[in-house]
Design a protein around this ligand. Sequence first.
Ligand SMILES: [Zn+2]
Length: 254
Amino acid sequence: MILDVAIQGITDPYFFGDLLRRLAEQSSVPVCINLDHGKSKDACYQAIQAGFTSVMIDKSAEPYEVNAADVKDICEIAHSLGITVEAELGHVGDAANAEVDTVSCLTEPEDAKRFVEETGVHCLAVAIGTAHGKYPKGFVPKLDFERLKAIKETLGADYPLVLHGSSGMDDESLRKACQSGINKVNIATDLYEAAAEAAAECLEGNKKGRLWRIVKDALRYKLAAKIKVYGSDGKAWDIKPQGLPHKPITLEEV
Ligand SMILES: [Zn+2]
């Protein structure tokens, strides 16, 4: 299980690092604490210091060379500490601008190969037709499965790929994406919507019980259903846990 933590705007990553690490250590399944969309090298270094076990450095809006140089810098530090690194190549944009953002800046397989070789990054977020947030009413995102297949073949079957902007997509497409080479699925908006709908039902008197518990359960049920769609239910221990606290690992182990 990966806790993807967006800490933009949060002034104290150490508080979250401590809290999440304690919870992770008590979990019955291995848990990774990942910084989502780290916007700067400093943000990544802070997260590592705060106890995160993985960081994403997202320079996907920058030119290739800037992106690759920063990712390489983070990887050099992170690898020595046993921290895994995620980066993004191509750019997963904003669902509010879906007509443009789901078809532009898609990941090119040959660029992905060069990027991974140059940086040593552990896993790569790819742009194959999704966007972050909530799509406009009636818009249905279409995944470029041919592109995904080509990226996977180019990088190798064992290289982990990440899908960002996975909300608002039909289950069949998500299932197929996971079967076609996506190893990590980032999802937030669908979970927030499930919680908001449950809260509204409770406040309107259609659901009995305490509001906080109803919201929490709605999140859990939605997430559990998604994990089933991804084909990941009951498989947490199939992945070799890297363990807490940090310990050095080699690229071959990832
Ligand atoms: Zn994202």
